[in-house]
Design a protein around this ligand. Sequence first.
Ligand code: ADP
Ligand code: AMP
Length: 224
Amino acid sequence: MIFRLLSSLSAKVPSIVYRAALIMKPQVVFVLGGPGAGKGTQCAKIVEVGDVDNYSYTHLSAGDLLRAERNREGSEFGQLIDSYIKEGNIVPVEITIKLLRKAMEETMQIDEKKFRFLIDGFPRNEDNFKGWTSVMDGKADVKFVLFFDCSNEVCIDRCLERGKSSGRSDDNRESLRKRIQTFLQSTRPIVSLYEKQGKVHTVDASRSVDEVFADVKAILDKEG
Ligand code: ADP
Ligand code: AMP
């Protein structure tokens, strides 16, 4: 009797584990910093070492998702996104959240173990912050915020350098002036808001890629 009970339980364990993984809530790390602070570079490194160090994060860049939507044939938002990006303005939150949510769902559908996300370039303003809270509260857990702290001068120099080959319409002095202004006026206060909640890890991003990454790795090791 006991033997039968045990064997039926052991048969059920894998399916219980499987279902628990299926209903896993997405775990999110918001990655913020000025334009060119190195958010994309560091996220790529985290994903790269993930397999070795068991981080298993998926990198979602709000900017990349918006650019892809802008370029998608038949997109109803293409032109609107284009004008916002060129002006260094923040695209309406409904569009950005829709894209983020779709990307997270698609990732988890393909592999249910991929429920950890680095969301780079979000939330960029109060509208983003409130939109996330109203749509995603209870549906995803924000673990912490990784803030790449870098002077405006270094940010501008890096983006101008990137602009030589990126083909991006906003890696030029005029767009950068507006993007830095948007960062200081709209995004920095969101970082402060999370700082008050004790959720921010700040990294000095003006150093070399490897030095910055050493700090990032230490934070991830600590946070799990
Ligand atoms: P963001 O995603 O924050 O806009 P990127 O990761 O695209 O920034 O980096 C902007 C540019 O600066 C890229 O050309 C990248 O190669 C370079 N870069 C990133 N991090 C560093 C660093 N720590 N030192 C020097 N250059 C960097
Ligand atoms: P990035 O690739 O992060 O430098 O972003 C490039 C541009 O995309 C920004 O200047 C904005 O116009 C737009 N963008 C990126 N992230 C967001 C966001 N969270 N909300 C709205 N617009 C965004």
